[in-house]
Design a binder for this molecule. Structure first.
Ligand code: R5P
Length: 309
């Protein structure tokens, strides 16, 4: 069996802090490489380790500057492939573009599929990611995809948050699987808001299915971007008599802090995206140990399915 010290983990520039935390959990240093920007804006990469015949991992989160970080990732993979790595597993804590996973109107792309094709074309041989927006994005790849979930990690923190007599609420129909999971993990009932979106930046008000009167509400979702979805759900729950509101979201992709005006006691998120600073309104739970455990399982050829639950 291979030792964890044999693991070679490289990092792009999107989330060095998380990569360092994963490396620390694995007990290995980050692989050495140069990533630079040439005067004309092109990206240059050089791998400074021997990777010939080795299984390597590359961590890059596709958020905040998704186009830059994707291009950087493609180039890193290409460099590793041409340096004769035996396999290249990309560790993508947040898989950007996953929300563009279908043609829901005329003449739009399926960019989640395009990104999958490009990763494979560049030379990725495996993908390790967290709470993909839609599970079916796994099917866009012809290489193995391990889609971990941060729900168990967040649940551990939520168990200590004093949410007794609470109810879990899905802010839209797509989040029902999250609501069901948290409801079962925390021993709470769940309700659903039927959200309608006008466009990528605006959501229309929704209708609550379930009862929240006099209860603490825990809203659960995969992504916080503009905050529009949560804002609408908060309004609906307040009008239905909720006494206080909390939220748990895996990916906090906004570059701004949680606005004071958002009527939440606390928002629980993970550090899949950089900018992971806890504040009065936000508590950040790290997924570094989860990623390290999955990497170790892949390296040892042991099952990772327990990490999907
Ligand atoms: C949508 O289907 C997702 O699950 C999230 O609800 C959505 O992406 C959140 O975005 P925003 O914060 O901009 O409403």
């Amino acid at each position: 069996m291979r030792e964890s010290r044999d693991i070679l983990l490289f990092s792009g520039t999107s989330h060095k802090k998380l990569a360092e935390s994963v490396a620390e959990n694995l007990g290995v240093p980050l692989g050495k490489c140069i990533i630079e920007t040439f005067p004309d804006g092109e990206i240059g990469v050089q791998i400074l380790e021997n990777v010939r015949g080795r299984d390597v991992f590359v961590l890059q989160s596709i958020a905040q500057q998704p186009n830059l970080y994707l291009m950087e990732l493609f180039i890193l993979i290409d460099a590793l492939k041409r340096a004769s790595a035996a396999s290249i597993a990309v560790v993508i804590p947040y898989y950007g573009y996953a929300r563009q996973d279908r043609k829901d109107k005329g003449r739009v792309p399926i960019t989640a599929r395009l990104v999958a094709d490009l990763l494979e074309k560049a030379g990725a041989t495996r993908v390790l990611t967290v709470d993909l927006h839609a599970d079916q994005v796994q099917g866009f790849f012809n290489i193995p995809v391990d889609n971990l979930t941060a729900r168990a990690v967040l649940s551990q923190t939520l168990k200590k948050a004093g949410l007794d007599n609470g109810v879990v609420v899905a802010p839209d129909l797509g989040s029902i699987k999250y609501a069901k999971y948290y409801a079962s993990a925390l021993g709470m009932p769940f309700a659903v808001v039927d959200k309608r979106r006008i466009n990528s930046g605006h959501v229309e008000s929704g209708v609550l299915i379930g009862d929240v009167r006099g209860k603490k509400v825990l809203l659960v979702d995969d992504i916080y971007s503009t905050g529009g979805t949560l804002k609408m759900a908060i309004q609906v729950c307040k009008e239905a008599g909720a006494c206080s509101l909390y939220a748990a979201v895996t990916h906090y992709v906004s570059q701004e802090e949680v606005p004071e005006s958002l009527e939440l006691e606390k928002l629980y998120t993970t550090d899949t995206v950089p900018g992971e600073v806890s504040s009065a309104k936000r508590e950040v739970v790290t997924i570094g140990p989860l990623l390290a455990e999955a990497i170790l399982s892949i390296e040892h050829g042991s099952s990772v399915s327990v990490l999907f639950r």
